[in-house]
Ligand binder design. Structure first.
Ligand code: NAG
Ligand code: NAG
Ligand code: NAG
Ligand code: NAG
Length: 503
């Protein structure tokens, strides 16, 4: 019902695409590509927003853009795998990136010096790897590459037989668009919410000319106005980069010699407003704080467009706006919370790690306990309001990989019913990470003044397809991405790719 009325709204907005895109855009080499994630923004938020602000920047971008109405981010849909989808063209089974807070059977705990058995601790790539997460900047060397991460807080692993701290970028198994572009002699820049976004540099660690990673956790993550101030620091970075400059505390691999060929980053305000205020019961319209957050982002994108125009490069820039995750539930009346501490005991066995939000991933201490653990969870299905349990053969069959051979794959994925969050937090009414459409059906479009045939594509399109499209737009080979080769990831519709992943 919801999807049907949504599709109609989309059709009225743009006219549903059938024809192929203009050859002009499909074959154009852009001098610049900018990639923005409005974290949390759903596909269904786009028609709502355009109706509220028909003269806004997002509406104007869509006038000369392609909107992927049925774009789906990764499953799980946490920030790390969602980002990695956009920049590698691959999914967790090939990237090894499952969640910000994850696990790996071949790594050791921070400060452990790889003593004892591996797999003893979580792989926690968030604010906890900073020097001091109560400060926006806490490093003694903030301008050094990776310098905002305290190596003593990193998980450890053996590299060439030697025990070393493992940086987030070393945990990624395939290369990123930043590595390919930088390797081709282009300059690259990225900003996101923690220094842990070192991730996007890719396995070589060399993907970014400059990285800008102020710590969001130093602010009140329930206060939309503080997060808008935080996001403004990212916007100022975008505006500086367009002028070939860098803000203070930038991690600099090499000085910018002009506007980077590839740059991007995120906005967090919408995500925070969704978690704290969300949508109105009944109408599902934006609450005032959510509308304030989207207004801020829309105006910020407007500043970026103005700066590109002033610099004389707007026509030479392809803009992607594609959220790394959505947020669930959209309908506040479906929200229920269940204590995440109930999950491990329900398995009846020892577990190494439970990562829980609006899904739960379980890594068992002993993989031979699988059947017993699944039986325990089956018995707790009602209490934990579980929709599906994915384990064993099903994990492989559904494309998640095999926990017996891959050290990062969870043994069990618990998918709760829509609206359930495994948490004790009283501050949030929505979360992301799960498999529901509210989590995964994200806002995603491309825009450039040279797109003169705006379209809405209604086919199912993974956000993985952004990565090869970025390279194609820059005149680079999409096949230079290892993830694209492994998963045969197509470019987006409008750029020569199929209209739907199912084709
Ligand atoms: C798409 O272009 C047509 C004509 O060029 C215009 O009338 C329409 O408003 C545009 N759609 C959007 C979503 O901007
Ligand atoms: C949010 O933060 C601002 C700025 O620090 C402060 O003035 C305001 O009182 C805070 N709002 C709430 C609800 O805490
Ligand atoms: C869990 O681990 C503890 C400590 O290693 C052990 O004593 C206990 O028997 C284990 N429990 C189960 C159910 O395997
Ligand atoms: C940008 O491209 C559009 C569409 O092709 C064209 O109408 C416009 O004149 C171009 N602007 C500049 C400054 O070249």
């Amino acid at each position: 019902m919801y999807l049907q009325s949504f599709a109609l709204a989309g059709a009225a907005l743009c006219g549903v695409a059938t024809a192929t895109a203009s050859a002009a855009v499909q074959d154009k080499v852009f001098k610049h590509v900018a990639v923005f994630s409005i974290d949390g923004l759903h596909s269904s938020d786009i028609p709502k927003w355009v109706a509220l602000k028909p003269q806004g920047t997002i509406a104007k971008l869509l006038e000369h853009g392609y909107w992927y109405q049925n774009a789906l981010t990764s499953s799980p849909s946490d920030s790390f795998p969602g980002t990695i989808n956009l920049v590698t063209g691959a999914s967790p089974r090939n990237t090894g990136i499952w969640y910000d807070d994850s696990y790996d059977r071949t790594l050791w705990a921070p400060k452990s010096n790889c003593a004892g058995a591996p797999g003893a601790e979580t792989v926690l790539y968030d604010e906890s790897i900073d020097y001091d997460d109560t400060k926006l900047w806490s490093s003694p060397n903030p301008t050094v590459v990776g310098g905002n991460i305290n190596p003593a807080n990193l998980p450890m692993g053996k590299v060439g037989g030697v025990c070393k701290p493992i940086y987030p970028h070393q945990h990624v198994r395939v290369n990123t668009v930043f590595e390919v572009a930088h390797g081709a002699g282009m300059q690259t820049a990225y900003t996101d919410k923690h220094p842990a976004y070192d991730l996007v540099r890719g396995p070589s660690g060399e993907g970014l000319s400059v990285g800008y990673f102020p710590e969001i956790q130093s602010l009140d993550s329930t206060n939309v106005s503080q997060i808008i101030t935080y996001d403004t620091s990212h916007v100022n970075a975008f505006l500086a980069w367009i002028k070939g400059q860098t803000p203070a505390n930038t991690e600099i691999q090499e000085k910018l010699t002009g506007m980077p060929a590839l740059f991007g980053g995120n906005f967090q305000a919408v995500s925070v407003a969704q978690k704290t205020h969300g949508y109105k019961a009944g109408s599902l319209a934006f609450t005032d704080p959510l509308a304030t957050a989207v207004t801020f982002v829309d105006n910020s994108l407007g500043s970026v467009v103005d700066a590109l125009t002033t610099a004389g490069v707007y026509n030479d820039t392809l803009i992607f706006v594609c959220a790394k995750h959505g947020q669930a539930p959209i309908d506040p009346t479906t929200y229920r919370k269940i204590d995440n501490a109930l999950i491990a005991p329900a398995t009846g066995v020892n577990v190494s790690q439970v990562t829980a939000d609006d899904l739960a991933m379980i890594w068992l201490a002993n993989q031979n306990d699988l059947d017993k653990a699944v039986d325990g969870l089956e018995k707790a299905k009602a209490a934990l309001q579980i929709d599906r349990i994915i384990s064993g053969e099903l994990l492989t069959r559904e494309g998640y990989g095999d926990p017996k051979t891959d050290p990062a794959v969870p043994d069990i994925i618990v998918v709760p019913q829509l609206g359930v969050i495994y948490t004790t937090s009283t501050a949030k009414i929505a979360e992301h990470g799960g498999f529901s459409l509210d989590d995964t059906n994200v806002a995603c479009f491309v825009s450039s003044p040279v797109i003169t045939d705006n379209k809405t594509y209604t086919g199912k399109v993974s956000t993985k397809r952004v990565a090869p499209t970025i390279l194609k737009a820059l005149g680079l080979d999409p096949g230079a991405l290892q993830g694209v080769k492994l998963e045969d990831t197509d470019v987006l519709p409008g750029f020569g790719g199929s209209d739907s992943d199912d084709e």
